[in-house]
Write a protein that binds this ligand. Structure first.
Ligand SMILES: [Zn+2]
Ligand SMILES: [Zn+2]
Length: 379
């Protein structure tokens, strides 16, 4: 089969790879019909995620058709169209039982923090991902959901990560009616977090980024304010001023480890790798939220340390909430929002690219060319 293949930083290519096989009675093999490139795939592509091995296939956002099932799989049958959450979860461990499907204790033997994730390095279990014609799906009775008849498959593929992650970012913010919510990052996750903030009753939503076309996009798509931090002298001061010197009620970090905007963070976090990426957006979030406010983090950071102003967190009494989205827990609610027209996931798709052109697709997305927001690969 054809699959995206990692060759080292900034180098991916399409290659022939052995067909995945059933390795466990609870596995399924899925023929991929759509798969996306995620902003977090760029952290892998840029070589910033530890233990990203040459030869692995990325891709944790995909849908497809069940091709084969293991002998113990009961909830799926061959021919079902399924959407597959990016987290791999056993459904039985103490964390899955609490709905913490992103923190499954059984699906990632390499770590005690995050659970297994498709195509996200050996720190997340070493599973091959869905930027391929076929993919092996472990615990097939737990994660995959048969796509409802009335759900557009372009919407379905975005329900595997982007929508739940953006939505959970807003949910973790514990937004109260009328709250001012600031979202750092106007990538797909930030866009979806801004859109979701309204669903929780926000009174004002502000997005901060430095890529002009994305700021323009989010203004239209999420009906929010959007500002370029490069044209603001001091982003924290700006947020304080615009909130009557109180600070935002909720700040969301939808950027993670590759944030721009602070030379010291960029050099220590992205160039010298002395910390787990640049924590500029998180810095700004902590310093611009009000006393007693909430900082919600969904941006991806590596497992090592980051330089963040923890003293300000204590002295301001900030609540920090963070996690990988529990996709399975959120799906029923999100499908309701899509059905009612309150969320329009496919509205962020800007590019459709044949899987064969995956290398170009990574380059375009990484270099922020061609007004790219979200790319769907078609095998
Ligand atoms: Zn993703
Ligand atoms: Zn589990």
């Amino acid at each position: 089969m054809l699959a995206m293949n990692y060759r080292g930083p900034f180098r991916v290519r399409i290659q022939q790879k052995a067909m995945p096989e059933i390795q466990h009675p609870q596995d399924a093999i899925v023929r991929v019909t759509r798969s996306c490139i995620c902003g977090s795939d760029l952290h892998l592509y840029h070589g910033l995620v530890p233990d990203t091995r040459v030869g692995t296939t990325f891709g944790h956002e995909f849908i497809g058709v069940v091709e084969e099932i293991g002998t113990e799989v009961q909830n799926l049958k061959v021919g079902d169209s399924v959407l597959v959450p990016f987290n791999i979860a056993c459904g039985k461990c103490v964390f899955c039982q609490q709905g913490l499907y992103g923190n499954c204790h059984e699906s990632n033997p390499q770590a005690t923090a995050v659970g297994g994730i498709f195509g996200y390095s050996h720190t997340a279990g070493g599973f091959d991902g869905g930027q391929a014609q076929y993919v092996r799906v472990p615990f097939a009775d737990v994660g995959p959901m048969v796509i409802p008849e009335d759900l557009d498959h372009d919407d379905a593929v975005l329900l595997t990560d982007v929508v739940p992650t953006g939505y959970q970012a807003a949910e973790m913010g514990a937004i109260k009616p009328g709250d001012t919510v600031v979202v750092f990052g106007a990538g797909p996750i930030g866009i979806m977090a801004a859109k979701s903030a309204w669903l929780f009753g926000a009174g004002r939503v502000i997005v901060i980024d430095h890529i002009e076309y994305r700021l323009e996009f989010v203004k239209q798509y999420a009906q929010c304010e959007a500002y370029n931090f490069r044209s603001l002298e001091d982003v924290v001061l700006f947020i304080k001023k615009t909130t009557g010197y109180i600070g935002a009620d909720v700040c969301i970090d939808a950027v993670g480890c590759e944030a721009a905007g602070n030379a010291m963070q960029t050099i220590t976090g992205r160039k010298l790798l002395l910390q787990a990426g640049s924590a500029t957006a998180l810095h700004w979030a902590i310093n611009s939220v009000k006393k007693g406010g909430v900082v919600s983090i969904v941006g991806v950071y590596g497992p090592t340390d980051n330089l963040v102003p923890i003293g300000n967190v204590v002295n301001k009494g900030i609540t920090i909430r963070a996690n990988q989205a529990s996709v399975k827990r959120l799906l029923p609610r999100l499908i309701e929002h899509v059905r009612e027209g309150r969320l329009n996931p496919k509205g962020i798709i800007t590019h459709r690219v044949p899987l064969e052109e995956v290398a170009d697709a990574y380059h375009i997305f990484s270099a922020k060319l061609d007004n790219c927001i979200k790319t769907v690969l078609i095998p």
